[in-house]
Design a binder for this molecule. Structure first.
Ligand code: SAH
Ligand code: SF4
Ligand code: F3S
Length: 486
């Protein structure tokens, strides 16, 4: 917890009305909530407990850390037990239909918990809440939900929760559009040694299948000084690795004065003393510059890993997806990367079954996977999202065919990933130790710069350290290794 934020909250005068400016206004409500929490504790003998579950991407994870930080400074225990919680918060995702369905499924279960503990508050936030149809459905059929807000007003959690508690009635606050970025919110990080750092919010790309631009608003970049200060604070707090986050980091800096490019931001980040590793995601191929490759090749801290979503290997489908690159453009980036950074791992996202996609198109995807030699890829079956252009396009394949093509794509990714993993066997690599192995408490688990997982013998005191490990054996998508030096 950032001590300067703690001090500012402590200094708030809650006998006068809340300030208008942010984040001070939220600090005021955090202090008010502390009174509620103390009252709760006096009555029950323990602090109110909050449980947070994140659905969705790293950006949502980071939002959840901020909400956890807000609840923590407001006097809540961030508990791991959903059944015991006094506040349950779901930070939702709607990128594919199954993400949304999971949330609705859980809401049924929560109704049972609320019957047992009528004081339980159920809070929903995040991308799914930006969809008007979702809000209608919750209003009509899920009276157990107490508080709803979207992606643009996450920073207002303290205020909204305070009003919900004092009014006793349901609050729904969704903003259609984004407003200014609010800095300096408390955060409760999931890992002590690594952290995500937002460098931008929203997306302007409108890939024809994707709902993100509609639920996250237009692209806004954070000021470099705010980003660098946040990373410096994280490093002071023990963080070794940061992941710079944005839907399209390669377009970072547009609209800032003075304008700054993503490679320039990386050069500045590199200078931060004590920071050991830099990762970033996601890179859109259409905006990937030669300068980025150059910065990566010359850097000691930027990990030799690039997540570069392909989506499809067919230039025709890519055009229908509004991706603004062709199969050849993509492969030429891959060639350049492998030439300049021979050890690089390239991972990807692939969609199968996009409307108009034929079996021959899917075959082209298989070919590109083989040629690009992906070290790994997330493969998805296309999911129709209401309001996106692709939602009104026709399918060219049956469901059965789509599944067949999906299986072929997945199998190809597994083959290239296995092959790529083999190339480092015998090498000694720096490994950031992340945890004790789940199955064997004598073993540790960590990651090489390429992001592949390694298991090796070692003591838990090494968690958060970078150690040298010889990669003895590749078992599919991970390694077994031996530590050679601490
Ligand atoms: N901004 C990132 C991706 C964010 S969403 C980028 O442009 O690469 C993560 C992944 O989900 C996407 O890369 C895409 O592969 C997948 N995805 C997005 N919308 C989808 C949909 N409607 N159906 C299936 N997969 C989808
Ligand atoms: Fe979605 Fe495309 Fe934006 Fe990524 S770049 S979030 S896939 S619209
Ligand atoms: Fe999901 Fe929103 Fe991320 S829709 S993938 S949580 S930006």
């Amino acid at each position: 917890m950032d001590i300067s934020i703690e001090k500012k909250i402590e200094d708030m005068d809650i006998s006068s009305p809340p300030p208008e400016t942010e984040p001070l206004r939220q600090y005021w409500f955090m202090k008010k909530l502390r009174e509620n929490s103390s009252e709760f504790q006096r009555k029950k003998g323990f602090r109110p407990r909050a449980f947070i579950q994140t659905f969705g991407c790293q950006m949502n994870e980071r939002d959840s850390e901020k909400m956890a930080g807000t609840l923590e400074v407001s006097g809540f225990d961030i508990s791991g037990e959903e059944e015991e919680a006094d506040v349950i918060l779901y930070n939702t995702c709607t990128v594919r239909d199954n993400a949304s369905q999971r949330v609705f499924g859980r809401l049924g279960v929560l109704k049972g918990l609320k019957d047992k503990n009528p004081g339980l508050l159920i809070v929903l936030s995040g991308c799914m809440m930006q969809e008007p149809t979702v809000i209608e459905k919750i209003k009509a059929s899920y009276p157990q939900v107490d508080l709803i807000f979207g992606t643009h007003n996450i920073y207002k959690l303290a205020e909204l929760l305070y009003y919900r508690i004092s009014s006793g009635s349901r609050i729904i606050d969704i903003w259609k559009d984004e407003k200014d970025i609010v800095e300096a919110l408390p955060s409760n990080r999931k890992y002590p040694y690594k952290s995500g750092v937002n460098i931008m919010f929203g997306c302007n790309n409108f890939c024809s299948y994707c709902i993100v631009p509609y639920v996250r608003g237009r692209e806004r970049s954070r000021e470099p000084k705010d980003i660098l200060r946040e990373i410096e604070n994280l490093v002071d707090d023990g963080v070794k690795e940061v992941m710079l986050l944005g839907q399209n980091v390669n377009s970072y800096g547009k609209g800032l004065k003075p304008e700054i490019s993503f490679p320039e931001l990386l050069r500045e980040t590199e200078k931060i003393e004590g920071l050991k590793r830099i990762r970033f995601m996601t890179s859109h191929p259409k905006d990937l510059s030669d300068d980025l490759i150059e910065v990566m090749a010359g850097s000691k801290k930027i990990c030799a890993h690039l997540h570069l979503p392909l989506q499809s290997g067919s230039s025709r489908v890519l055009e229908a997806m509004n991706r603004h690159y062709s199969r050849e453009d993509y492969l030429s980036i891959v060639r350049k990367l492998r030439e300049k950074i021979p050890d690089i791992a390239i991972t990807s996202d692939i969609i199968v079954g996009f409307p108009t996609e034929t079996e021959a198109d899917a075959e082209e995807t298989v070919e590109v996977i083989k040629e690009a030699l992906f070290d790994g890829a997330f493969t998805f079956i296309y999911s129709r999202r209401t309001g996106t252009p692709a939602a009104s396009m026709d399918f060219a394949m049956t469901d059965e065919k789509i599944h067949e093509c999906f299986d072929r794509v997945l199998k190809t990714v597994q083959e290239t990933a296995r092959k790529q993993t083999l190339r480092f066997v015998g090498r000694i690599m720096p490994v950031l130790v992340e945890d004790v192995n789940e199955k064997d408490p004598e073993m540790l688990t960590g990651r090489i710069p390429q992001n592949t997982v390694v298991h090796f013998k070692g003591d838990r005191s090494l968690i958060g350290e970078i150690v040298d490990v010889r990669l003895d054996e590749a078992l599919g998508f991970y390694y077994m290794g031996t530590m050679v030096r601490e």
